[in-house]
Design a protein around this ligand. Structure first.
Ligand code: ZN
Length: 273
């Protein structure tokens, strides 16, 4: 399937107009004509895992980024951060696609997985009996259709980061940003450096992390099948939920900024006292 971003967006606009809505920001940061245009759509339509996603388009053209949360349904800060972005973001340039609850069945049950780990179902199979494989196929289809410049996957980890994580490519820790490539790309290193400037010193700081390549995982499939830059953010589940959501927001917004999206977002939602 060779859809361009333009035809994909046009397709949505023409055929799913009943689910399309416009949003005009009237806050003081908004100047006339700099509106954000949002469309809501669903993927997995008519299947049990049907889940909403949101397309933000700035008035000016620019880079395209996909932000996903809820690949694991009990990593709640991931979709709470996505919800906050959907509610409060004002995008001036570029395109942002937000999928808050990628595995909505697991999210609704507040469980990591239903039949098995959805993040081990890639690249997926639309004919499979288990929904996780069909969902993975549809997510891959969206990525292939949109061909974003960057995909950020929001997750949470049960193990707190310590220096031993630096030599452990088999496990996820909080606070880390994962790449399946080494050496780390400049975009990753720069983004983590800059997000840490917005975060208090100490345990909340993010670390770059190499996680060994796995051919069944979402991140590795985005990178290897489509040659798209993709990183996974992990916050530590031992922190309180307010801090975790702020940390997820800071990470997601920093990546948006680093690839050149222009936007505004209320500062108090990411500020630590
Ligand atoms: Zn996860």
């Amino acid at each position: 399937m060779k859809f361009t971003t333009k035809t994909f967006i046009a397709f949505l606009f023409l055929f799913i107009s009943q689910s399309v809505f416009c949003y005009s920001d009237t806050s003081s940061v908004n100047e006339p004509g700099q509106y954000t245009f949002i469309r809501q759509d669903y993927f997995g339509l008519n299947d049990e895992y049907e889940t909403p996603y949101y397309i933000f388009k700035g008035k000016k053209n620019g880079p395209v980024m996909i932000l996903d949360g809820g690949i694991h349904g009990d990593e709640i800060a991931s979709y709470m951060a996505c919800d906050s972005i959907v509610k409060y973001l004002n995008l001036y340039s570029g395109t942002l696609i937000v999928i808050p609850r990628t595995n909505i069945i697991a999210c609704n049950q507040n469980t990591r997985q239903v039949n098995f780990d959805f993040n081990h179902a890639f690249p997926g199979d639309i004919t499979a009996d288990l929904f996780e494989y069909r969902l993975a196929y549809e997510l891959m289809w969206i990525v292939d259709s949109v061909k974003p410049d960057l995909i950020i996957n929001l997750h949470e980890a049960r193990t707190k980061w310590s220096p031993k994580a630096l030599t452990d490519p088999e496990k996820a820790y909080g606070q880390i940003v994962i790449s399946c490539l080494q050496p780390f790309e400049e975009l990753l290193v720069r983004s983590v450096d800059n997000m840490n400037k917005r975060i208090p010193e100490g345990d909340y700081q993010f670390h770059t992390h190499y996680y060994s390549y796995r051919d069944h995982s979402s991140l590795d499939n985005f990178v290897s099948k489509f040659n798209i830059k993709s990183y996974t953010v992990e916050t530590y589940r031992g922190f309180d939920i307010d801090a975790r959501v702020k940390l997820q927001l800071i990470a997601a917004l920093q990546f948006m900024e680093e690839i050149g999206l222009e936007f505004s977002f209320p500062a108090h939602l990411t500020a630590f006292q």
